[in-house]
Design a protein around this ligand. Structure first.
Ligand SMILES: [Zn+2]
Length: 343
Protein backbone atom coordinates (compact mmCIF):
# COMPACT_ATOMS: atom_id res chain seq x y z
CA UNK A 1 0.00 0.00 0.00
CA UNK A 2 1.30 3.38 -0.94
CA UNK A 3 1.69 6.18 1.53
CA UNK A 4 2.39 8.97 -0.91
CA UNK A 5 0.12 11.93 -0.40
CA UNK A 6 -0.01 13.99 -3.56
CA UNK A 7 -2.11 17.11 -3.44
CA UNK A 8 -3.00 16.91 -7.13
CA UNK A 9 -6.03 14.95 -8.17
CA UNK A 10 -5.30 12.22 -10.68
CA UNK A 11 -7.01 14.19 -13.45
CA UNK A 12 -4.93 17.27 -12.72
CA UNK A 13 -1.77 15.20 -12.43
CA UNK A 14 -2.37 13.56 -15.80
CA UNK A 15 -3.12 16.88 -17.43
CA UNK A 16 -0.03 18.47 -15.91
CA UNK A 17 2.21 15.61 -17.01
CA UNK A 18 0.88 15.61 -20.56
CA UNK A 19 0.39 11.88 -20.09
CA UNK A 20 -2.76 10.63 -21.79
CA UNK A 21 -5.39 9.24 -19.47
CA UNK A 22 -4.87 5.48 -19.46
CA UNK A 23 -7.27 3.33 -21.38
CA UNK A 24 -9.17 1.33 -18.83
CA UNK A 25 -7.89 -2.18 -18.52
CA UNK A 26 -10.52 -4.68 -19.43
CA UNK A 27 -12.40 -5.20 -16.21
CA UNK A 28 -10.37 -2.45 -14.61
CA UNK A 29 -12.93 0.28 -14.93
CA UNK A 30 -12.34 3.86 -13.98
CA UNK A 31 -11.28 5.15 -10.63
CA UNK A 32 -13.48 7.91 -9.26
CA UNK A 33 -11.57 10.58 -11.15
CA UNK A 34 -13.30 13.35 -9.26
CA UNK A 35 -16.48 12.82 -11.23
CA UNK A 36 -18.31 10.17 -9.33
CA UNK A 37 -19.78 10.26 -5.85
CA UNK A 38 -18.47 7.23 -4.04
CA UNK A 39 -21.43 5.33 -2.68
CA UNK A 40 -20.77 2.59 -0.18
CA UNK A 41 -24.40 1.60 0.35
CA UNK A 42 -24.09 -1.46 -1.89
CA UNK A 43 -21.35 -2.98 0.26
CA UNK A 44 -22.36 -5.70 2.66
CA UNK A 45 -22.60 -4.33 6.18
CA UNK A 46 -21.27 -6.20 9.18
CA UNK A 47 -24.81 -7.06 10.33
CA UNK A 48 -25.75 -8.33 6.88
CA UNK A 49 -22.62 -10.47 6.81
CA UNK A 50 -23.33 -11.90 10.26
CA UNK A 51 -26.88 -12.88 9.36
CA UNK A 52 -25.75 -14.28 5.99
CA UNK A 53 -23.13 -16.47 7.70
CA UNK A 54 -25.62 -17.74 10.27
CA UNK A 55 -28.13 -18.54 7.55
CA UNK A 56 -25.55 -20.42 5.48
CA UNK A 57 -24.35 -22.29 8.56
CA UNK A 58 -27.89 -23.52 9.21
CA UNK A 59 -28.32 -24.49 5.55
CA UNK A 60 -24.94 -25.98 4.62
CA UNK A 61 -24.08 -29.47 5.81
CA UNK A 62 -20.30 -29.08 5.52
CA UNK A 63 -20.05 -25.60 6.94
CA UNK A 64 -19.39 -24.81 10.56
CA UNK A 65 -19.47 -21.23 11.80
CA UNK A 66 -17.36 -20.27 14.77
CA UNK A 67 -16.98 -17.00 16.66
CA UNK A 68 -13.24 -16.55 17.20
CA UNK A 69 -13.37 -13.37 19.27
CA UNK A 70 -14.68 -9.83 19.37
CA UNK A 71 -13.52 -6.56 17.88
CA UNK A 72 -12.65 -3.44 19.90
CA UNK A 73 -16.31 -2.37 19.57
CA UNK A 74 -17.59 -5.80 20.57
CA UNK A 75 -18.58 -7.20 17.18
CA UNK A 76 -18.20 -10.98 16.84
CA UNK A 77 -15.42 -12.12 14.51
CA UNK A 78 -16.28 -15.13 12.37
CA UNK A 79 -14.53 -18.17 11.01
CA UNK A 80 -16.36 -20.26 8.40
CA UNK A 81 -14.93 -23.80 8.39
CA UNK A 82 -15.18 -26.64 5.91
CA UNK A 83 -13.29 -29.54 7.46
CA UNK A 84 -14.28 -32.94 6.10
CA UNK A 85 -11.10 -34.72 7.15
CA UNK A 86 -8.44 -33.22 9.43
CA UNK A 87 -5.81 -35.09 7.40
CA UNK A 88 -6.62 -33.08 4.28
CA UNK A 89 -4.45 -30.12 3.37
CA UNK A 90 -5.93 -26.88 4.69
CA UNK A 91 -6.11 -23.39 3.21
CA UNK A 92 -7.12 -20.18 4.98
CA UNK A 93 -8.56 -17.18 3.14
CA UNK A 94 -8.36 -13.95 5.12
CA UNK A 95 -10.12 -10.76 4.01
CA UNK A 96 -10.36 -7.13 5.05
CA UNK A 97 -7.62 -6.84 7.62
CA UNK A 98 -7.82 -3.35 6.21
CA UNK A 99 -11.42 -2.22 6.62
CA UNK A 100 -11.57 -0.17 3.41
CA UNK A 101 -10.59 -3.11 1.19
CA UNK A 102 -14.06 -4.51 0.77
CA UNK A 103 -14.44 -6.49 -2.47
CA UNK A 104 -12.28 -9.22 -0.97
CA UNK A 105 -15.03 -9.91 1.58
CA UNK A 106 -17.77 -9.70 -1.05
CA UNK A 107 -15.85 -12.38 -2.99
CA UNK A 108 -15.45 -14.52 0.14
CA UNK A 109 -19.18 -14.38 0.89
CA UNK A 110 -19.95 -15.38 -2.70
CA UNK A 111 -17.50 -18.24 -2.32
CA UNK A 112 -19.20 -19.38 0.87
CA UNK A 113 -22.51 -19.48 -1.04
CA UNK A 114 -20.80 -21.48 -3.77
CA UNK A 115 -19.41 -24.02 -1.28
CA UNK A 116 -22.98 -24.75 -0.25
CA UNK A 117 -23.82 -25.88 -3.77
CA UNK A 118 -24.80 -29.50 -4.29
CA UNK A 119 -22.75 -29.76 -7.47
CA UNK A 120 -20.58 -32.86 -7.65
CA UNK A 121 -17.53 -30.74 -8.41
CA UNK A 122 -17.87 -28.73 -5.22
CA UNK A 123 -18.74 -31.73 -3.08
CA UNK A 124 -15.78 -33.73 -4.46
CA UNK A 125 -13.45 -30.82 -3.82
CA UNK A 126 -14.59 -30.51 -0.21
CA UNK A 127 -13.70 -34.17 0.35
CA UNK A 128 -10.07 -33.37 -0.41
CA UNK A 129 -9.30 -29.94 1.00
CA UNK A 130 -10.20 -28.16 4.21
CA UNK A 131 -11.18 -24.55 3.71
CA UNK A 132 -11.15 -21.87 6.40
CA UNK A 133 -12.46 -18.38 5.71
CA UNK A 134 -12.13 -15.36 7.98
CA UNK A 135 -14.09 -12.62 6.24
CA UNK A 136 -13.86 -8.98 7.32
CA UNK A 137 -11.34 -9.29 10.15
CA UNK A 138 -11.40 -5.52 10.69
CA UNK A 139 -15.15 -5.27 11.25
CA UNK A 140 -15.07 -1.90 13.04
CA UNK A 141 -12.93 -0.26 10.37
CA UNK A 142 -15.20 -1.73 7.70
CA UNK A 143 -18.19 -0.06 9.35
CA UNK A 144 -16.35 3.22 10.01
CA UNK A 145 -17.09 2.68 13.71
CA UNK A 146 -13.74 3.92 15.02
CA UNK A 147 -12.34 6.18 17.74
CA UNK A 148 -10.88 8.76 15.36
CA UNK A 149 -12.44 11.07 12.75
CA UNK A 150 -13.00 10.04 9.12
CA UNK A 151 -14.37 13.41 7.98
CA UNK A 152 -11.87 13.74 5.15
CA UNK A 153 -12.73 10.35 3.64
CA UNK A 154 -14.31 10.41 0.21
CA UNK A 155 -17.31 8.13 0.39
CA UNK A 156 -20.80 9.45 0.72
CA UNK A 157 -22.56 7.48 3.43
CA UNK A 158 -20.80 4.83 5.45
CA UNK A 159 -17.06 5.37 5.68
CA UNK A 160 -14.55 2.55 5.66
CA UNK A 161 -11.02 2.80 7.03
CA UNK A 162 -7.84 0.78 6.95
CA UNK A 163 -7.35 0.85 10.72
CA UNK A 164 -9.17 -0.85 13.56
CA UNK A 165 -11.18 1.23 16.06
CA UNK A 166 -8.01 2.05 18.04
CA UNK A 167 -6.17 3.08 14.87
CA UNK A 168 -4.04 -0.06 14.82
CA UNK A 169 -3.05 -1.38 11.40
CA UNK A 170 -3.90 -5.07 11.84
CA UNK A 171 -1.48 -6.05 9.11
CA UNK A 172 1.42 -4.59 11.10
CA UNK A 173 0.30 -6.28 14.31
CA UNK A 174 1.16 -9.94 13.75
CA UNK A 175 4.01 -9.92 16.27
CA UNK A 176 2.71 -7.48 18.88
CA UNK A 177 -0.89 -8.76 18.77
CA UNK A 178 -2.00 -5.50 20.36
CA UNK A 179 -5.44 -5.62 18.75
CA UNK A 180 -8.20 -8.03 19.84
CA UNK A 181 -8.79 -8.84 16.17
CA UNK A 182 -5.24 -10.10 15.56
CA UNK A 183 -5.24 -11.88 18.94
CA UNK A 184 -8.38 -13.77 17.93
CA UNK A 185 -6.95 -14.70 14.56
CA UNK A 186 -3.73 -16.06 16.03
CA UNK A 187 -5.18 -17.77 19.10
CA UNK A 188 -8.30 -19.28 17.61
CA UNK A 189 -7.34 -19.90 14.00
CA UNK A 190 -3.61 -19.91 13.29
CA UNK A 191 -2.59 -21.73 16.47
CA UNK A 192 -5.59 -24.05 16.47
CA UNK A 193 -5.59 -25.49 12.97
CA UNK A 194 -2.86 -27.13 10.96
CA UNK A 195 -2.87 -24.66 8.07
CA UNK A 196 -0.78 -25.43 4.99
CA UNK A 197 -1.70 -22.55 2.70
CA UNK A 198 -3.10 -19.06 3.08
CA UNK A 199 -4.12 -16.15 0.90
CA UNK A 200 -4.24 -12.73 2.52
CA UNK A 201 -6.58 -10.61 0.38
CA UNK A 202 -6.20 -6.83 0.10
CA UNK A 203 -6.78 -3.89 -2.23
CA UNK A 204 -4.10 -1.49 -3.48
CA UNK A 205 -4.43 1.87 -5.28
CA UNK A 206 -6.21 2.18 -8.61
CA UNK A 207 -3.32 3.24 -10.81
CA UNK A 208 -0.81 0.41 -10.69
CA UNK A 209 0.04 -0.51 -14.24
CA UNK A 210 2.49 -2.01 -16.66
CA UNK A 211 3.42 0.37 -19.45
CA UNK A 212 0.01 1.99 -19.39
CA UNK A 213 -2.13 -1.11 -18.88
CA UNK A 214 -3.79 -1.07 -15.47
CA UNK A 215 -3.38 -4.18 -13.37
CA UNK A 216 -6.43 -5.75 -11.74
CA UNK A 217 -4.30 -7.29 -9.03
CA UNK A 218 -0.81 -8.10 -7.80
CA UNK A 219 0.65 -11.07 -5.96
CA UNK A 220 3.59 -11.54 -3.63
CA UNK A 221 5.13 -14.44 -1.72
CA UNK A 222 6.96 -14.09 1.64
CA UNK A 223 9.98 -11.80 1.42
CA UNK A 224 11.64 -12.35 4.78
CA UNK A 225 15.01 -14.09 4.30
CA UNK A 226 14.26 -16.21 7.37
CA UNK A 227 11.32 -18.10 5.89
CA UNK A 228 11.95 -21.83 5.40
CA UNK A 229 12.87 -22.40 1.71
CA UNK A 230 10.22 -25.10 1.36
CA UNK A 231 7.57 -22.68 2.60
CA UNK A 232 8.79 -20.15 0.02
CA UNK A 233 8.64 -22.80 -2.71
CA UNK A 234 5.08 -23.80 -1.78
CA UNK A 235 4.08 -20.13 -1.62
CA UNK A 236 5.40 -19.65 -5.14
CA UNK A 237 3.44 -22.68 -6.33
CA UNK A 238 0.30 -21.20 -4.77
CA UNK A 239 1.02 -17.89 -6.51
CA UNK A 240 1.51 -19.65 -9.86
CA UNK A 241 -1.82 -21.45 -9.45
CA UNK A 242 -3.58 -18.16 -8.73
CA UNK A 243 -1.87 -16.38 -11.60
CA UNK A 244 -2.56 -19.13 -14.13
CA UNK A 245 -6.15 -19.56 -12.99
CA UNK A 246 -7.15 -15.93 -12.70
CA UNK A 247 -5.07 -13.97 -15.22
CA UNK A 248 -6.37 -16.07 -18.11
CA UNK A 249 -9.98 -15.02 -17.54
CA UNK A 250 -9.44 -12.25 -20.12
CA UNK A 251 -10.35 -9.35 -17.89
CA UNK A 252 -7.85 -9.85 -15.11
CA UNK A 253 -4.29 -8.61 -15.43
CA UNK A 254 -2.06 -9.78 -12.62
CA UNK A 255 1.59 -9.04 -11.99
CA UNK A 256 4.00 -9.16 -9.10
CA UNK A 257 3.39 -6.63 -6.31
CA UNK A 258 5.88 -3.78 -6.51
CA UNK A 259 6.44 -3.04 -2.82
CA UNK A 260 8.06 -6.13 -1.35
CA UNK A 261 8.69 -5.89 2.38
CA UNK A 262 10.64 -8.10 4.74
CA UNK A 263 8.69 -6.69 7.73
CA UNK A 264 8.00 -9.75 9.93
CA UNK A 265 4.81 -8.28 11.41
CA UNK A 266 3.06 -8.22 8.03
CA UNK A 267 0.87 -11.31 7.52
CA UNK A 268 2.57 -12.44 4.33
CA UNK A 269 5.83 -12.82 6.29
CA UNK A 270 4.45 -13.48 9.77
CA UNK A 271 2.38 -16.56 8.93
CA UNK A 272 5.31 -18.11 7.06
CA UNK A 273 7.77 -17.31 9.85
CA UNK A 274 5.57 -18.21 12.80
CA UNK A 275 3.56 -21.14 11.44
CA UNK A 276 5.39 -22.33 8.31
CA UNK A 277 2.28 -21.53 6.26
CA UNK A 278 2.79 -21.15 2.51
CA UNK A 279 1.20 -17.77 1.99
CA UNK A 280 0.65 -15.17 -0.65
CA UNK A 281 -0.51 -11.60 -0.56
CA UNK A 282 -3.15 -10.79 -3.16
CA UNK A 283 -3.68 -7.08 -3.71
CA UNK A 284 -6.69 -6.25 -5.88
CA UNK A 285 -7.27 -2.93 -7.56
CA UNK A 286 -8.77 0.04 -5.72
CA UNK A 287 -10.24 0.75 -2.30
CA UNK A 288 -13.83 1.37 -1.28
CA UNK A 289 -13.02 4.56 0.63
CA UNK A 290 -10.00 6.64 1.54
CA UNK A 291 -8.99 10.24 2.14
CA UNK A 292 -6.69 10.03 -0.90
CA UNK A 293 -8.64 10.09 -4.14
CA UNK A 294 -6.37 8.01 -6.42
CA UNK A 295 -6.80 5.04 -4.10
CA UNK A 296 -10.57 4.99 -4.44
CA UNK A 297 -12.21 2.81 -7.02
CA UNK A 298 -15.15 3.74 -9.23
CA UNK A 299 -18.02 1.39 -8.61
CA UNK A 300 -18.13 0.09 -12.16
CA UNK A 301 -15.27 -2.27 -11.35
CA UNK A 302 -16.87 -3.86 -8.33
CA UNK A 303 -18.45 -6.83 -10.08
CA UNK A 304 -15.22 -7.83 -11.77
CA UNK A 305 -13.21 -7.54 -8.61
CA UNK A 306 -15.66 -9.62 -6.60
CA UNK A 307 -15.44 -12.27 -9.30
CA UNK A 308 -11.64 -12.02 -9.30
CA UNK A 309 -11.50 -12.64 -5.54
CA UNK A 310 -13.92 -15.55 -5.95
CA UNK A 311 -11.82 -17.05 -8.76
CA UNK A 312 -8.63 -16.67 -6.71
CA UNK A 313 -10.19 -18.76 -3.95
CA UNK A 314 -11.73 -21.33 -6.26
CA UNK A 315 -8.67 -22.07 -8.40
CA UNK A 316 -6.39 -22.44 -5.40
CA UNK A 317 -8.81 -24.61 -3.38
CA UNK A 318 -9.30 -26.89 -6.38
CA UNK A 319 -5.57 -27.17 -7.07
CA UNK A 320 -4.93 -28.16 -3.46
CA UNK A 321 -7.82 -30.64 -3.49
CA UNK A 322 -6.76 -32.39 -6.69
CA UNK A 323 -3.05 -32.19 -5.93
CA UNK A 324 -2.15 -30.23 -9.07
CA UNK A 325 -0.55 -27.56 -6.90
CA UNK A 326 2.36 -29.96 -6.38
CA UNK A 327 3.21 -29.69 -10.07
CA UNK A 328 2.79 -25.92 -10.34
CA UNK A 329 5.90 -24.28 -11.79
CA UNK A 330 7.35 -21.72 -9.34
CA UNK A 331 9.25 -20.12 -12.24
CA UNK A 332 5.96 -18.79 -13.64
CA UNK A 333 5.63 -16.64 -10.53
CA UNK A 334 9.36 -15.87 -10.39
CA UNK A 335 9.33 -14.58 -13.97
CA UNK A 336 6.31 -12.31 -13.56
CA UNK A 337 7.28 -8.66 -13.94
CA UNK A 338 6.52 -6.18 -11.20
CA UNK A 339 3.70 -3.75 -11.81
CA UNK A 340 4.52 -0.03 -11.91
CA UNK A 341 3.09 2.83 -9.99
CA UNK A 342 2.42 5.56 -12.48
CA UNK A 343 1.43 8.62 -10.50
ZN1 LIG B 1 -4.54 -3.94 2.73
Amino acid sequence: MKKKMLALSLTAALAASGFPAPAFAVGGGPDVNGKETVQTAMLTTYDEMASFLKKEDAKQGHMELEVIGQSVKGRDLFLAKYITNPENPTILYLTQQHGNEAMTTEGALDYISHLGSNSKKVQDMLQNVNILLVPMLNVDGAMGDVNFPLDNYMASGRHLTRYNADKIDLNRDHINLAAPETQALHKNVLQKYNIDYMIDLHHQGTQEDYYGKLTSGAILTPQSPNVDPEVVLNSKKLATILYEGVDTTGWSFILKFDEPTTNPSVASNAMALQYDIAIMLFEMRGMADHSYEPYVLGQKSNGYLIKQAFNAMDVTANAIANGSIQNADPAVYDNLPEQHYSY
